[in-house]
Write a protein that binds this ligand. Structure first.
Ligand code: TXA
Ligand code: MG
Length: 386
């Protein structure tokens, strides 16, 4: 069975964290909160314990894990080198939502790195994560604590939905602050190459005078790097690309998918609103006709919902009311709220009868890059042309 350890991040309960840490040291699997998303932890120096993470999640074994550390002096033993740019980024953003790709030392088991010569390191800032790692006394290998392919968990309940009975315990420290996974950066060279956008934005890195390089995929034409380049219409990242050798293996897999197919609204904001109005009108007409029709999920900002919401019939209103399920991400005025609400909102459609989800898009600047990267992956290239 899976044990639950409730912990108040403001007032850590040492007993619970010591138990969870002991479980990690004994080779167990423990989910815990970080400032980004919940992680599924194992002793990062214990190969078989780390291998159990892949089994519990159903994760492809060629997708490497992040090692979580509690102090800067742990980097030396785990790496062969801490190049200057990487070190500057660590000094500026650790503890925090930044993961650095560094040359791995022989101390790191191959199962962690999926056989790569590099290891990804992160020092989280969440007090529960920090104290758990410190108490465990080992680097903690942890991917996001979801079943592979599902949206990452931002509350303990999401972990329970995905992994109950498959892991030893869950440290429940409430909701994660940021809500999207860390920024993964390779800064071994002259520039910071962003392999996955997150809370540490390209703008923040550029503000330090460090050049940010758009990532160019090796061996593939259109690449996945659009989140970095800020293209409004990124290429599909839908399926596993056989001919695609990504610098970060996680790039090639479908991610964050709810059970119903998710479509991104096409066009600018005005065009998106028009498409939504057409969608509502057509469906209302269809329902009046034969009473049938699909249940559509709408993944909207508060602003867009205010603008088109009055066209939405309420439940029981003359038919079409039960043909819609609306979930709000957050406010377009403050994209940190969208980042925080996104995965929970996507996930919550699974408890509803929707057969398709239509989602609004956001400007891909600042935090918006990370938001759009996750939405693109959830959509897997599907567009709502409406
Ligand atoms: O915020 C986060 O990063 C969360 C929390 C728990 O820390 N963790 C997380 O882990 O998102 P995961 O496993 O879901 O994503 C790790 C990403 C994957 O895309 C993986 O391919 C990439 O980091 N990665 C890991 N090691 C790498 C390496 N040596 N080189 C390039 N990419 C690597
Ligand atoms: Mg993940």
């Amino acid at each position: 069975d899976t044990k639950i350890w409730p912990v108040d991040p403001q007032q850590l309960s040492p007993g619970a964290l010591l138990e969870a840490a002991a479980c990690l040291r004994a080779g167990g699997l423990v989910a815990f909160p970080t400032e980004t998303v919940y992680g599924l932890g194992a002793d990062g120096l214990n190969g078989p314990a780390v291998a159990a993470i892949f089994t519990a999640k159903g994760r492809p074994s060629d997708n490497p894990l992040i090692l979580h550390i509690a102090a800067m002096d742990e980097v030396a033993a785990l790496t062969l080198d801490f190049p200057p740019l990487a070190r500057r980024l660590a000094e500026r953003f650790w503890p925090g939502p930044l993961t650095l790709v560094l040359p791995a030392s022989s101390l790191v088991p191959p199962v962690v790195t999926a056989g790569l010569a590099t290891v990804a390191l992160r020092m989280p800032s969440h007090p529960v994560a920090r104290e758990l790692i410190r108490a465990a006394g080992v680097p903690v290998a942890a991917p996001s604590a979801n079943r592979s392919g599902r949206p990452s968990p931002t509350v303990a309940e999401h972990v329970r939905e995905d992994l109950w009975g498959r892991i030893d315990g869950i440290v429940d420290g409430g909701a994660c602050d940021f809500g999207l996974e860390s920024t993964v950066v390779d800064a071994r060279g002259e520039a910071a190459v962003i392999l996955r956008p997150g809370g540490v934005t390209p703008e923040m890195i550029e503000a330090m005078g460090i050049p940010v390089q758009p990532f160019h995929a090796i061996g593939r034409r259109d690449a996945v790097a659009v989140a970095v380049q800020g293209d409004e219409r990124p290429a599909p990242t839908a399926s596993i690309q056989e001919d695609f050798v990504p610098p970060s293996p996680g790039m090639k897999y479908v991610h964050y998918a709810p059970q119903a197919p998710l479509y991104l609204l096409d066009g600018n904001r005005e065009e998106q609103r028009a498409a939504l109005r057409r969608l509502l009108d057509t469906a209302a007409a269809a329902v009046k006709g034969d009473g049938a029709g699909e249940v559509t999920g709408l993944l909207l900002s508060e602003e867009t919902f205010r603008e088109i919401g009055r066209r939405l019939p309420g439940p029981g209103d003359d038919g079409p009311g039960d043909k819609w399920v609306v979930r709000l991400t957050g406010s377009r005025e403050d994209l940190t709220t969208v980042a925080q609400g996104l995965f929970g909102a996507i996930r919550s459609f699974d408890q509803t009868p929707v057969s398709r989800i239509v989602a609004e898009t956001y400007p891909p600047v600042g935090i918006g890059r990370a938001v759009m990267n996750r939405l693109e992956k959830a959509a897997g290239g599907r567009r709502w042309l409406g």
